[in-house]
Design a protein around this ligand. Structure first.
Ligand code: AOF
Ligand code: ZN
Length: 370
């Protein structure tokens, strides 16, 4: 019947506009911390009149951006938004006030904001003002996109992504000090994109010394999207001549150290532009405990953390049970028995056969697999 047809068409349109809002939100992914990367679309009579996403640094929020573009056309329009509009006076005034003032008549929101300052009150305020509110469309996608915000608000830690690049025989490096290429160009591009979509990227000091990496995003046009670089360096051994320290003034470098590290080393790093974050002394001073590290990073606002190496760091985070997502890249070549195992203290089957994880997707990044 006609009513049914009309309803179905409306539902399909709603889904399309929400998918667009999710894609727009993705533009901010990795550079809106400590805020979530939200997307918003304003639609009037089936036509898009405004699009917005959370701006770098987390403000302005997505909704005022979309409303500003819509202008007068927002009157009587529908707003699609990937997270509940905020209702609190934070560093910016409540988005719900802007939505109401603009004359929006219907809000389609993907998911409730877990932030206790909002937590349903945004939707409630809109309803109290006579706005029609529907919650839950594409909530699975929204939950995935806002995983960092949910983790930080609920668990006081970032969403943790472990990236591992292994050879066909499950090694991550050759035995000697020389770095060997494990994966190819396509995989490299994908990793740099993942870096750009992360708030911060973490490695251990051994890897920092052995590989002397830069850890920036070097995709053309995306160089400014480099994440904060975090080095776990309990005793602050990273040389001042390393590329990480040398670039600390242009791309943030945070050194996580034990409370026992030499103050002089911290002063020198600070003078070079790095920030030193001290975590409480550990049972074993040579190792920093993953829960304490994650707590410190979340307190500084990090919501999405990518872990890139090496094997000790990877295995200690895996053993801590605090890895949410794993990107396992496998190259076609072998390294041999003297190579370094991917997870220092664990076999790789701790990942590939773990009951705690399921395969979300796999693809070929020729000649490698992801
Ligand atoms: C929205 N739209 O685009 C984002 C929201 O300190 P403030 O004022 O920027 O508020 C930060 C909180 O606002 C943040 O913790 C989260 O709950 C929400 N983020 N809300 O309506 C947005 N980024
Ligand atoms: Zn807001």
């Amino acid at each position: 019947d006609q009513v049914g047809e009309k309803l179905k068409a409306q539902k399909d349109a709603d889904r399309r506009f929400m998918q667009l809002a999710l894609a727009l939100g993705g533009r901010g992914q990795g550079r809106t911390w400590p805020n979530p990367a939200v997307g918003a679309v304003v639609v009037k009579d089936g036509i898009i009149v405004g699009r917005g996403w959370t701006q770098p640094g987390g403000r302005p929020h997505a909704e005022p951006e979309a409303l500003r573009r819509a202008g007068e056309a927002a009157k009587g329009a529908t707003l699609y938004v990937t997270l509940e509009p905020c209702s609190h006076f934070g560093k910016s005034p409540p988005c719900v006030d802007a939505v109401i003032a603009a004359g929006i008549s219907r809000v389609v929101s993907a998911i409730e904001d877990p932030n206790p300052e909002v937590a349903g009150q945004g939707h409630a305020k809109l309803r109290a003002a006579g706005v029609q509110v529907e919650v839950g469309l594409c909530s699975t996608d929204a939950k995935r996109d806002h995983a960092g915000h949910f983790r930080r608000i609920r668990d006081g830690r970032p969403h943790v992504i472990l990236k591992l690049a292994v050879s066909a025989d499950d090694k991550i490096a050759a035995g000697g000090s020389k770095p060997v290429a494990i994966t190819g160009e396509t995989a490299r591009t994908r990793v740099h994109l993942l870096r750009a979509q992360s708030d911060a990227i973490l490695i251990g000091v051994r890897t920092a010394i052995a590989d002397d990496p830069l850890l920036t995003c070097r995709l053309p046009g995306m160089e400014s999207r480099s994440p904060v670089r975090v080095v776990l360096d309990p005793m602050l051994r990273l040389p001042m001549t390393s590329r990480l320290v040398q670039s600390a003034r242009t791309t943030p470098l945070w050194m996580v150290a034990s409370a026992l590290a030499e103050p002089a080393a911290a002063t020198k790093l600070g003078a070079a532009g790095a920030q030193v974050i001290r975590v409480p002394p550990q049972a074993e001073p040579s190792a920093l405990q993953p829960p304490a590290v994650l707590k410190a990073l979340a307190e500084k606002g990090i919501t999405r953390l990518m872990i890139e190496g090496g094997s000790r760091v990877a295995s200690s985070f895996m053993a801590s049970g605090l890895v949410d997502e794993i990107w396992l890249l496998r190259g076609p070549g072998t390294i041999g028995a003297d190579g370094i195992a991917a997870l220092d203290a664990l076999p790789l089957t701790a990942i590939t056969q773990s009951q705690a994880y399921r395969v979300r997707a796999s693809e070929t990044l020729d000649p490698d697999t992801l």
